[in-house]
Design a binder for this molecule. Structure first.
Ligand code: MN
Length: 288
């Protein structure tokens, strides 16, 4: 029907901004690239931070992230290469391996360390911070952890491979992460040369694509995006992208915005400055 076609066209997503990460050092001296959570892109509600790390120089990662607290949001670690050991103050411990994800709801009370489980070789992956609504910032900590083998792989006809970490694709493949508060979609998409990728997204959810390798053309971009570039997408239901002659791999991430005030204090993200001061005081005095 003509009207329907017109509406679909009108709500297609396009690139509203292209952002490159900036070099940053965090933890005890880990060199990484901060993509969301930097001056040119402080946040993309509900996403507070995206760090990309990729290095085969042990000096860039070996110091890791020794014990530190969090409060008020979720940290999502997704590894492409290497291994990271996680340990918290409640005795929860494990190793994240390539292709594995750890979705940690910090809530209140978490002090944890994230340390490389390797002395050499490549360490590559991402940490995404997802905000929690005010009523859930002080929730009990919780983990959702899945190995590569537990993450569904959707194979499309022309060789497209979509790892579904969170959310559900238009074709019905559902990822293992459950988070109704922000309904996150987290896809790791690999496209063969010149493939055309189409996906439906919730129209009001904020979304971005981050290129891991290759060249990725997206509607509204004046040129193909390359490795380490993030495209902020306009709102709309349809997302279309096409790979260049060498194929492309990218993350496609979306979530429901919370539209709440955000107050940050390092590892704490709350709604007000007073709540940040309280979190700092609680940590200093051992009242987690
Ligand atoms: Mn942490």
């Amino acid at each position: 029907m003509q009207t329907h076609e017109h509406q679909s066209t009108a709500t297609r997503r396009s690139v509203s901004r292209v952002v490159r990460g900036m070099p940053a050092t965090d933890g005890a001296g880990v060199e990484l690239t901060r993509v969301i959570g930097q001056p040119v892109l402080p946040m993309l509600d509900p996403f507070l931070l995206l760090d990309a790390f990729r290095s085969d120089r042990p000096g860039d990662y070996i110091a890791g992230f020794p014990a530190h607290p969090h409060r008020g949001f979720e940290t999502v670690t997704y590894l492409l290469a290497g291994r990271m050991r996680h340990r918290d103050n409640a005795g929860h411990e494990g190793v994240i391996e390539p292709g594995g994800v750890q979705w940690m709801t910090a809530g209140r009370g978490i002090v944890h360390s994230e340390m490389p489980e390797q002395r050499q070789g490549l360490l590559e992956g991402f940490q995404l911070w997802v905000n929690l609504p005010a009523a859930h910032k002080m929730t009990q900590p919780a983990y959702q952890e899945h190995t590569a083998a537990q993450i569904p792989l959707e194979r499309r006809d022309d060789g497209q491979l979509i790892r579904v970490i969170a959310g559900r694709t238009a074709r019905g493949t559902r990822g293992p992460i459950d988070q109704p508060l922000t309904e996150p979609l987290y896809l790791d998409v690999t496209l063969p040369a010149n493939a055309v990728f189409e996906e439906a997204l919730p129209p009001e959810h904020n979304a971005f694509a981050y290129v891991i390798s290759g060249q990725l053309g997206i509607d509204g971009a004046s040129r193909p995006l390359v490795r380490d570039e993030l495209a902020v997408l306009s709102l709309g239901s349809g997302f279309g992208a096409h790979a260049g002659g060498e194929g492309a791999r990218f993350l496609l991430i979306a979530g429901r915005p919370l539209h709440e005030p955000v107050a940050r204090g390092g590892p704490f993200v709350m709604n007000t400055r007073a709540e940040i001061r309280q979190a700092q005081e609680d940590y200093a005095t051992g009242r987690l």
